[in-house]
Design a protein around this ligand. Sequence first.
Ligand code: CNA
Length: 236
Amino acid sequence: MKNLDLFEQFFKESRNVVFFGGAGVSTESGIPDFRSEDGLYRQKFRFPPEYMLSHECFERNPEEFFAFYREKMLATGAKPNPAHRKLAEWEREGRLNAVVTQNIDGLHQAAGSRNVFELHGSVHRNHCVRCGKSFPLAFVAESKGAPRCACGGIVKPDVVLYGESLPEDAWRGALREISRADLLIVAGTSLAVYPASSLIECCSGRLVVVNLSPTPADDRADLVLRERVGELFSAL
Ligand code: CNA
């Protein structure tokens, strides 16, 4: 694999390594991303995915929102792949400070990572919009139509929808970790979703990009690897 040695050299020379990832980290676990050839945005729906996953759709058409959400966003059987597992191993060994993710699938935690900043929330956390009671993923996955709490309120996934702001604690933590990183590994993300993508501008250390298609960060990266992230990480 070309340039793998350079990646390993950067890794060995760094003291504060942070991983910043997106949907491409989970495609090898069988979860489609948004912008690849076979991604969600290339499929045909009655409304575009940006609307189906918006706060407006959740408020106005909750039944349709949940039909789309269950079919396209919930991957209940997905398992961590070698990238998730390697990152968890590095954290255990003290070689990785944090994972910052735009993913909502919880696969980093399932692999054993602990210092994870979920910029877009998680399908595993859900709460009643009326009384605040928490519900597991299974409750939302198995309900019909819009899931309802006993109090009558709708149960909303703690996932950042289009039109909503990012969770402040995840944002602050991610910013802190990225600002002091001397190596930032950006992988499996088109960097098309703002403001998450702007976080990488706060890194003054080395930047390695691992992505199948070009990203806006390629020009300023110290190394760009056009590899499948799971395959690459299993070769490290
Ligand atoms: P995106 O815009 O779909 O970009 C994914 C990028 O990953 C593309 O540039 C692909 O070329 C690249 N890619 C795909 N597979 C691989 C691979 N195996 N190895 C290396 N590169 C690969 O997704 P982003 O994460 O950039 O966009 C942010 C959205 C997508 C966030 O809001 C997420 O919540 C949302 N999303 C999350 C999931 C998930 O949680 N698994 C799934 C689908 C979408």
